[in-house]
Design a binder for this molecule. Structure first.
Ligand code: PRT
Ligand code: ZN
Length: 283
C-alpha cells in the first residue's frame, strides 16, 4: 500500500514542498513535467497538481494527503482535515484600495471589489455587515482599480511590492495563510499509520528548524549563572575541559530567544560560543 500525496506542480509552494519531503528522508526524483513519481525509500507516490485542485483531489480520495495554502483550502470549502501548519508559503489575504483613498470599513459599502477569493471575501463582508459587489477574476487582480473594473481589490500579499507598483495600499487583512498538510477524512487505518509516520518526521524537521544547538566554554565558578540562562531539552550538558577549572556547556536554544540569550551568556562569562543548526529534533 502506498500513500498518495498531492503537491503543487510548479509555483510558490513547489520547491518548499519538495524540500520538506527531502528533509523527511524521502527520496524522489524531481517532478519535471511528470504527473506523478514515487519515492524509493518510503511507500509514497507524489502527484504534481495545480494548487487550486489539491483540496478537491484530497476530499475525493484521489490523493490521501496534500500540501496547499490555507487560502485555497478555505476558499474551496472542501471537507478535508488540516493536519499541520508547515511554516512556508506565508502570505495574507488583504483588501487594498487606491493609495490616495481615505479608507474606513463603511467606505466599502456599495463598492465593487475584485478578487479571486469570492467565498472568503463574502464571508468577511457578511461578518462585517457590509453589502458590496464582488467581481470574481482569476488573475492580475491588482490592475482592476486602474482600469476602472473595481474600486478595491482583495488579493494575496507577501512583500507588498505588487500593491505598491500598482498605486494601491493594503487597508484590511482578512486571512493569514501558510502552507498546510491536509488529509482525506475517509482514509483507512493502514494509510493513517503511514501519515503518522510522515507527520512524526515533519514535526522533527520543523522543531529542528526552530532551534539551534549551542556550545560554549566557561570557568567553573561562572557555571551556575550560565546554566540558569540556558533552557536545554532537559538541562544543559556540562563536560570538563582539558584545562582545569573550565567546562564546556552544550544546550538547545530557540531561534527566537537566540540573540538576547547570547548577549547575556557573554556578560555572564561564557567564551568560545558556537551555534550550530540542528537537522532533526525528536522530543
Ligand atoms: O498553477 P497554480 O494554480 O498551481 O499556481 P498559482 O499561480 O495559483 O499559485 P502561486 O504559485 O502563485 O501560489 C501558490 C500559493 O502560494 C498560494 O495559494 C498562497 O498560498 C501562496 N502564496 C504566498 C502566494 C503569495 N505568497 C503571493 N504573494 N500566492 C500568490 N502571491 C501573489 C499575489 O496574488 C500577488 O499577485 O503574489 C503577488 C503579491 O506578492 P507581493 O510580494 O508583491 O506582495
Ligand atoms: Zn492556482
Amino acid at each position: 500500500m502506498k500513500l498518495k500525496i498531492a503537491i503543487q506542480k510548479s509555483g510558490r509552494l513547489y520547491e518548499d514542498s519538495l524540500r520538506l519531503l527531502k528533509e523527511c528522508g524521502i527520496h524522489i526524483s524531481n517532478g519535471g513535467n511528470k504527473l506523478k513519481t514515487e519515492a524509493s525509500n518510503f511507500p509514497i507516490e507524489v502527484y504534481f497538481l495545480r494548487d487550486d485542485d489539491i483540496p478537491q483531489y484530497v476530499e475525493d480520495g484521489v490523493a490521501d494527503i496534500g500540501i496547499a495554502g490555507e487560502n485555497v483550502v478555505h476558499e474551496k470549502r472542501r471537507q478535508v482535515d488540516v493536519l499541520e501548519h508547515l511554516g512556508f508559503g506565508k502570505c495574507r489575504l488583504s483588501i487594498a484600495v487606491s493609495k490616495n483613498e481615505s479608507f474606513s470599513k463603511e467606505w466599502l459599502s456599495g463598492k465593487r471589489i475584485a478578487t479571486s477569493y469570492p467565498v472568503i471575501l463574502q464571508q468577511y463582508l457578511d461578518e462585517q455587515k457590509i453589502t458590496a459587489e464582488i467581481h470574481e477574476i482569476s488573475g492580475s487582480v491588482e490592475i482592476a482599480p486602474g482600469i476602472g473594473l473595481a474600486d478595491a481589490i482583495c488579493d494575496l500579499v507577501s512583500s507588498g511590492s505588487t500593491l505598491l507598483t500598482n498605486g494601491l495600499k493594503e487597508v484590511e487583512t482578512i486571512l493569514r495563510s501558510q502552507a498546510v498538510l491536509i488529509s482525506d477524512k475517509k482514509m483507512g487505518a493502514e494509510k493513517r499509520q503511514l501519515v503518522e509516520k510522515l507527520l512524526f518526521r515533519i514535526r522533527a524537521v520543523q522543531k529542528a528548524r526552530d532551534n539551534k544547538y549551542i556550545l560554549l566554554n566557561a570557568p567553573d565558578d561562572k557555571l551556575d549563572a550560565i546554566i540558569r540562562l540556558l533552557p536545554g531539552m532537559k538541562s544543559p550538558t556540562v563536560l570538563p575541559l582539558a584545562t582545569p577549572g573550565w567546562s564546556s556547556v552544550h544546550s538547545v536554544l530557540q531561534e527566537d530567544d537566540f540573540w538576547e540569550i547570547i548577549e547575556q551568556l557573554k556578560s555572564a562569562g561564557a567564551q568560545g560560543i558556537l551555534v550550530v543548526p540542528i537537522e532533526k529534533m525528536i522530543i
